[in-house]
Design a protein around this ligand. Sequence first.
Ligand code: MN
Ligand code: MN
Length: 476
Amino acid sequence: MIHEENEKIKKETKELEKKLKFRGKLSWDLLEEREREEVFRFAEGYKNFLDRAKAEREAVQEIVKAAKEAGFQEATQRSGGKKVFLVNKDKSVALAILGQAPLVEGVRIIVSHIDSPRIDLKQNPLYEEADLALLHTHYYGGIKKYQWVTIPLSLHGFVVKSDGSTLNIQMGENPDDPVFVINDLLPHLSGKTQDQKKLAEAIEGEKLTVLAGSLPFPDLEAKERIKLRVMELLHQKYGLVEEDFTSAELELVPAMKARDVGFDRSLVGSYGQDDRASAYTSFQAILSLEDPPRTSIAFFVDKEEIGSEGSTGAKSLFLESVIRTLIGRCSLTVSEALLKEILANSKALSADVQAALDPNYPEVHEKQNAGKVGYGVCLEKFTGARGKVASSDARAEYVGEIRRIFNAHNVAWQMTEIGKVDEGGGGTVAKYLAIYGMDIIDCGVPMLSMHSPFEITSKADIFEAYKAYRAFFSSP
Ligand code: MN
Ligand code: MN
């Protein structure tokens, strides 16, 4: 009798726990066998995109190419169909599908960024030292410099020559291409110069110079023979002269390809997943839409990693031009008042990756509010540091709305913050769109080793991000 009574109490407690407690669910557990296959298949397309779109211009090209194949047309106010795209200076792009509701009621925007931390060449980079050709660099975005030495790097870039003609350069991605490298000191000699210093100071920015050659120009009388030989090769192959570097954008990124990680192949390792994880999934989400309830925009911006400045970053007013074009597409009269009204009535997700709990460094997180690999897409109300400073802090009504959408569409999601209080912080583009009065919240996949040359995500989380973005676009 006592035994039965105990069993009953246990059962009731379990039911009460299930009803009342908030627990994240491992997304893998929510998947049926067929869905699991879909998760792995989706990851193949994702890895392919990562390999083909390592630089922001390449990402724009890939997105535009696939959008055209899916029936999107380049838009002006007078031309284009229901599915359109607009490109901003080859570095930022917006895809839009006109929805059922009138434009004035607002649009749904998912914004992600297509720039990633990297090593940029300086504008006058090439020099010779110790009979080696070297390139001066200036890193782009927040990198831990020690992670970028002694790994194969590929060169991606764009040059405007003196006559105005342009040239795309990509070297180091094909297996038989040469690669580049930043050298590091051997441990036998690094004791005083590096090992005793703080990690952040052990490798100085000016020492991130890239090895670029060692063959001498044959004429023994020539000065800087190694440099001259490199210039001769660049001239033969691309028609370049040294002054052309001044109007070039040459970026060094890890030469590695995206790979499956782990015995079970459940994870993706690759450069540039911050933030192409969000770019690819929101891009696939908009491609999957037919006749959405509201006009949907997948917006891909540049320059996030250096503060969203510049004419192609989120602080530029390109989004306003996109909306103006859409107003024209709907045969409405373009006015500032209408533009502002549409933007204020809009809703957005700032699709960016979140720091995942690293089992080696649990001390930087407060576990209950940390993003966890495999638990689905991370919602993040605020980023910032020292008391949420500089974050947009989405209001409860909007968080509630997004939560209802995700739950209704069976999306695995988790509520997260970046690190424990006063540990550090970050920033995203959310606040630059919030200016218009639109609701916006950060929403992206959890990631290990963020900003490193080989960032890690879970294939399940990538798929959940796709589901989450599709659900957002599909909601009235
Ligand atoms: Mn990011
Ligand atoms: Mn970042």
